[in-house]
Every structure is written in structure tokens, then in C-alpha cells.
Design a protein around this ligand. Sequence first.
Ligand code: GLN
Length: 342
Amino acid sequence: MKSLSRILLQTSMAVVISAAAVVSSQAASALEPEKIQAALQAAYDKYKGLQEGANADYIPVLAKVDPNIFGITLVTTDGKIYSVGDVKSEVSIQSISKVFTMARVIEESGAEAISGNMGVDATGQVFNSIVAIEQYQGEEMNAMVNPGAITATSMIKGANGDEVWNKIINTYNDFAGRKLHVDEEVYKSEAETNQRNQALAMLMAAYGRIEGDAIEATDIYTRQCSVAVNTKDLATMAATLANGGTNPVTGKKVISAENVDEVLAVMATAGLYDDSGKWLYTTGLPAKSGVGGGILAVSPGKFGIAAISPPLDAAGNSVRAQKAIADISNALGGNPYKVQPK
Ligand code: GLN
């Protein structure tokens, strides 16, 4: 009897081991270097000539950015980097910065600091909606729309504005794995025209969501939006989230693994503004876009991907970047909701 049960046990273990081998070889084959590079190239070739959308112009300097910039980078969770197209040109990070400031707040003050203040629900309104604040009295919003994002910036702890800023930029540097800089022309252009964001911040202060100086928080937020990035920076930032908060290229732990899922949840529900549902429906990927033309997306455990192309659609999301990232991720099995029955 004993030996029979041992044989059975050994046989079932062998089955388990070989099943695991099949699963891991499937995962490996989807992310083979040639396959990744081919997927990037195919998307680049397909969308390079696409002439849809227009640069953002409510921040005057963004209207002057070359609309033909188009580049894509994918970084795997084992730190391999794949690129196609223009990976040198930098654009301003804009709203994508909101992800990393929110991550820093959670790291410093816990996940409840976010859910208990500006909330974690989609507003169904544009990213700089005053109506959304009024409707929810500054709660039941999220850190991916301007009122919530400026509030998140105001929640970073520091004795003064410089200390807060240094924490923010150092966080971004660690996510990107290099020292980033502010595009001063973009900062100046937005600082001169950000009265609406100041109004959003004052309203959040009136509802008790921002403690301290709301105008200073708006100014720091404007600076964080003006950080210059290329596709490799954005893809590495995304890959750090895909890799549980540790940068897979530098090996540096940027945020704790237990704080990543809350960040991804808010990206999934609100990262592409009021088109977030459509995006999630076709890709399953937590993502974030910015009016500079960048989009990054996270395939948890697998890769981070980013594309830059300045012309935006009506919702404020880069047309080429959305299409390219969706195609590439779907070709590589990036959708975490797509599973085969056992
Ligand atoms: N800095 C921009 C703003 O506050 C960011 C908006 C965006 O990228 N959607 O309006």
C-alpha cells in the first residue's frame, strides 16, 4: 500500500512539474525577444502614417511640439529593453506624473490616505472638471484627475516646497532609473495659464481635502507635469510597477510591492480619463496618458510599455500611442484577464 501511494504521489508530482514547465514555456515563448521586437515593429509600421488627432493647445507650448514624434519602448520585468522609432525625443510627462506622486503618497502615508481623502472612484467627467468636485464634494474622485492629483501633491510630507519637490523628482528618477529634468519652457507656459487648476485646488481646499497652501500645491503639481521624458523613461517607470515596485533595470526598490496594486487599480479605472472603460475593455491593462502625448501601460508581472505621439483624440489620449500599445500587448498576451481554463 505504502509503495503504491508513493508511486501515485510521484506520478502526480511529475504531472504537476511537467504542467508547470508547459505554463512557463508558454509564458517564455510569448515574450521571446524576436517576438517582442516584431510586435513593436509591426505596430510602428502600421500607425506611423496615421494622421488623426491634434496636439493639446490649452497649454500654449504643447501646440508647438513636433506631431510626428513617434516612438515605442517595452521593458520586461527581467530588465530587457526593446524600442522602435523615435526613442530620443522627450515630451512633458503631464498627467502620467499623477501615478508616481500617488505612489509616493501611499508609500508615505498608506493606501487609506488616498481612499479616505480624494477617493478612488472614476468621475465620468473630464480631467479638469469643476462639476465633479461639486458633485462629490471633493470625495469619491481619484488621484488621476486634476483635483485629486493636486491634492495628492499637497499630501507629500515636507518642511517646505523644496523638500516636497525633491521627494517628488527623486521618486520619478528612481522609477525611470535616471536623473530627469524639468522642461522650463513647458513649466513657464503652464504656470502662466493654470488659473483653472488653481481654482480646482482652491475648491478642494474649501472642501477640506487640501491642507496647507493650495496655490503652492498647484505650482508643484505644474512642475511635476513639466518633467521631460522619452519612451524608455516611461516604459521603465511602467515596468517598475509591473515588477512589484522594484526597477527591473537598476534593481532599486522604489516602492513596496504591497503598495503597487492600489496604484494599478486607480490607473485601471481612471488612467485614460473618461475613456478608461473603453481602454480596459480592449487591453485589460492599467495605464496612464498625458496631454504631452505619452501613454504608459502595465502588464503585471510581465512588462511595462510606453509610446509617445503628441496628437490626441477628443478624450485627450494619444491616438497612435493607444493603438500601438493595444496591438503590441494583445500580440504578446499582456492582458491579465485573458486566462485559459484549467
Ligand atoms: N498639466 C496638465 C493639466 O493640469 C496635465 C493634464 C493631462 O495630462 N491630462 O492640465
